[in-house]
Every structure is written in C-alpha cells, then in structure tokens.
Design a protein around this ligand. Structure first.
Ligand code: AMP
Length: 286
C-alpha cells in the first residue's frame, strides 16, 4: 500500500473548526480525542495538526504533502506551492489603513513613512512594486494601536468587515489582497502522491459545491409544467416523471441554488404545486 497523504491542518484558531468540518464531510473523520499532533484516517490520510501560520512552511518543505491554510499566509511566506482549491471560508481582506485624522489620503503620501504589520514580506513587496519607499515595522499582533502610539504612520492588517479598524479610528486606503482558506500542495507531491491528492481535491470540491445547492422535489399539474420550468431558468434539464394513477400530474426534481429557494416557494405555490420538498445535498460531482 502506498504511503498516506500527509495533510497539515490548523490545530486551533479561526480556520480550524471549519477545516475539520469540511474534511469530515468529505469522509475524513477525526474523532475529538485524536486531534493531538497526528491522526491517521482510514490508512490513507495522515493529518498533522499544526499552527495555521506554519502550514505554508510545512507544505513548501515537504513535511506535509498538502495543507489547509489562509491564502494570505501562503502569500506572506512566498511558499512555492500549488493552490488546488479555494474553500470559501476564512474570507478576509488585507488592507492598508491610516488614522482617520491623518494627512495621508493616498498611497504615494506614504513615501518615507513607517508601516506596522504582521505581514512584513507582503507589505514590502506591495510598496516595492509601486515604487514607494517605506520602512516596514514587523509586529506580532494588535497593529491597530501602532499609529496611536507613534510606532508607525500606517498599518497593514486583516479585516473581515472593517469595524475593528473603525473602532480604532482608522480608515482604509487600499485593499491589498482578498483572502480565504485554501487547499495547497507541494509540487513534488503533485507527482508522487497524485492519486491521493486528486481524490482529496475531488472529495472536498464535491462537498463545497453541494453546500450552496438544494435538491427540490415537487408535484406539478401537467398544465403548469412550462410555467414551473420558467421559474427555474438556471436548471438545464430538470427530471420530470409520471405519477402513478395521476395522469394530469408530474413529479419534477431539480438542483437549485440555495439563494433561490425563498423566491421559489411562493412562486411554485402560485402554480398550484403539491408536496414541495427541499433537501440538502451531501456531495455534488460535476
Ligand atoms: P488564526 O491566527 O489561526 O486564528 O488564523 C488566522 C487566519 O484566519 C488568517 O491568516 C486568515 O487567513 C484567516 N482570517 C479570516 N478572517 C480573519 C480576520 N478577520 N482576522 C484575522 N484573520 C482572519
């Protein structure tokens, strides 16, 4: 049997729970008591529980074949890894911000100024590319206070809504990066562990694709079939079946987007449908 695929997974922090939930839905269940440093799953997978920030390094150096971490951390590390999948959680932005009362209103005015950040490499790259000379002040957290205590004139920090910046009297000048959780793999493993990486990627993708979709089942008067189909413009070929003993009715099944469901319910009712069921979908493979 081939070696298990080593997957680095956040052991705590913002991305940990959702990464584990996704893996579990994809069939990689890790019992709570097994979430220490290493967990073997089905003989095929070996999960390494490590810090989110360290995952790009583990994957880039080959200590892990693959990993789940933030795109921001991959970019900061500069890791030479492949992004296999964007996972749709852990969404945030890396922004450049200055105090609300600052004279600085645009990027070029930061020439010769100090920028405090937990992302020194990304920040240095960003300003270099724009030919603005700045001094990058690396901090390990709580950058929002830096401009208020004279450590820096601006900061580069992660935000979700921007409300923390606002509370700290800061305003955004620019979004430098859009981030979310990603599945990464190192280039060597893409060859040596191709089959397992393909399997992992496909399994996770099928769960992610299913997440925003619902399976709709409904009985429709045959005379209303065209009106009901018109309500489902995104659905290419809904399944239509005869109903035993009810010649003038059909059963219609279709996969619809979750965001469509509330609009569809009253509209379908107006078409005189019966027995409307909306079910979750576990996996979707396209
Ligand atoms: P952790 O330090 O383990 O809690 O994880 C931090 C990672 O979570 C970041 O590098 C981002 O990829 C992600 N994240 C998502 N939203 C935020 C946010 N509002 N602030 C900081 N990190 C976030």
């Amino acid at each position: 049997m081939s070696a298990p695929l080593k997957i680095a997974v956040p052991n705590k922090g913002r991305l940990s729970e959702q990464a584990l939930e996704l893996l579990s839905k994809a069939g990689l269940h890790v019992p709570l008591h097994a979430r220490s440093l290493l967990a073997d799953v089905n003989g095929q997978w070996r999960l390494l529980f490590v810090r989110t920030q360290d995952i790009p390094e583990y994957v880039a150096t080959g200590s892990a074949d693959a990993g789940i971490t933030g795109l921001d951390l991959v970019a900061e590390h500069g890791a030479s890894v492949e992004t296999l999948l964007k996972m749709g959680f852990g969404r945030c932005r890396l922004v450049l911000a200055v105090p609300r009362l600052s004279q600085i209103k645009q990027l070029s005015q930061l020439q010769g100024q100090r920028i405090a950040t937990v992302f020194p490499n990304l920040t240095a790259r960003f300003f270099k590319e724009r030919s603005v000379n700045v001094a990058v002040i690396p901090l390990s957290g709580a950058t929002e206070v830096a401009p208020h205590v004279g450590v820096a004139e601006a900061i580069v920090d992660l935000v979700e809504t921007g409300s923390t910046l606002q509370q700290n009297g800061l305003v955004e000048l620019e979004t430098m990066l859009q981030s979310e959780a990603v599945l990464i793999a190192n280039n060597l493993s893409l060859h040596t562990q191709k089959a397992l990486l393909d399997e992992l990627q496909a399994a996770l993708k099928s769960v992610l694709d299913a997440k925003a979709r619902r399976y709709l089942m409904v009985n429709v008067p045959r005379s209303q079939l065209e009106s009901v189909k018109a309500l489902l413009p995104g659905v290419t070929a809904p399944t239509v079946m005869n109903l035993l003993g009810r010649e003038d009715w059909v059963a219609l099944h279709a996969v619809v987007h979750e965001s469509e469901v509330n609009r569809l319910i009253p509209a379908l009712k107006r078409c005189g449908v019966e027995g409307l069921l909306i079910l979750p979908i576990e996996r979707m493979v396209s």
